[in-house]
Design a protein around this ligand. Structure first.
Ligand SMILES: C[S@@+](CC[C@H](N)C(=O)[O-])C[C@H]1O[C@@H](n2cnc3c(N)ncnc32)[C@H](O)[C@@H]1O
Length: 268
């Protein structure tokens, strides 16, 4: 069978973070290598799909807050992934069609689908760049063209910082990315956190089989430190489902078993 257009030049036997995540969200832009990994993850963590959906739901609520309440009109979404339900520009453009969104990912399938989705969309763009090279992102012509650094910017790093190892210096990367942001800018982060055996087993699966995919799970203290220079808005850094739920019924009985922490901070 021929590969679909979006898959040309991609090794289908090598699972990718973006495609495993797409599968867990119910998407179709993945290969059997990705599905095998996702199913292995589901054996270790039977609620892998629910946790993935809860992460995506945090992103949607955070972007709504940023556009509606905080009045942000410029978004840079790094580690944006394969387009799915609730893409940032769709949420933001319901509030203001003139708001601007730049998506950033390193994964070629994420870039191919985002490019197709954004064709003819003047106020959103996607660039292929690596979070470990912040200067490439800040200096990219599409970023320079679409983002006015004299105005507040929302920087989204949702479920991506845990793919940056300590050796890659996530704090240094954040310092570089947030340095040009003016007062009133905001930072939204979700990040996998420790959950004893489950976390270690999941880390092992990624290490074995997913390209550049080994997650570094971090403590609340370590994740909180990523907000250096920002004031966390209510309710602070919390397990994802607890971050401004739309309705009390949306909060599961045991939110800490959704083992990622989420928060939004404002640059004073
Ligand atoms: C788990 S997905 C999260 C997608 C989206 N942010 C969300 O929360 O729904 C992580 C994404 O980060 C991307 N990613 C991982 N490491 C990256 C890096 N160093 N630079 C850019 N993108 C990266 C992956 O390709 C993948 O699309």
């Amino acid at each position: 069978m021929n590969d679909p257009d979006w898959a040309s030049g991609i090794d289908p036997n090598q699972a990718s973070v973006a495609r495993v995540y797409d599968y867990l969200l119910g998407g179709v832009h993945n290969f059997s290598a990705d599905r095998d990994i996702a199913r292995t993850l589901e054996v270790i963590e039977p609620r892998a799909r629910a946790i993935t959906a809860a992460n995506r739901a945090f992103l949607v609520r955070a972007v709504r807050y940023l556009a509606e309440e905080a009045g942000i009109r410029q978004f840079v979404d790094i580690g944006s992934g394969i387009p799915t339900q609730g893409n940032v520009h769709e949420i933001v453009h319901r509030v203001d069609p003139a708001a601007r969104v730049v998506y950033v990912d390193r994964d070629p399938v994420a870039i191919a689908h985002s490019t197709a989705l954004l064709a003819g969309e003047p106020n959103a763009a996607v660039i292929q760049a690596d979070l470990t090279r912040p200067a490439d992102i800040l200096g990219h012509p599409a970023v320079r063209k679409m983002i006015d650094f004299d105005e507040p910017v929302a920087l989204l790093l949702v479920a991506v910082l845990h793919f940056i190892t300590d050796e890659q210096d996530p704090s240094g990367i954040l310092a570089e990315l947030t340095a040009p942001l003016v007062s009133g800018s905001q930072l939204a982060v979700s990040h996998g956190t420790h959950r004893q055996e489950t976390g270690e087993a999941v880390t092992k699966v990624y290490r074995r089989a997913v390209a550049q995919g080994e997650p570094t799970l971090r403590t609340a203290e370590e994740i909180g430190a990523f907000f250096t220079g920002f004031d966390l808005v209510d309710p602070g850094l919390v397990h994802g489902p607890l971050w401004r739920p739309d309705a009390p019924d949306d909060v599961p009985d045991d939110p800490s078993s959704f083992w990622f922490l989420a928060g939004v901070g404002r640059k004073p």
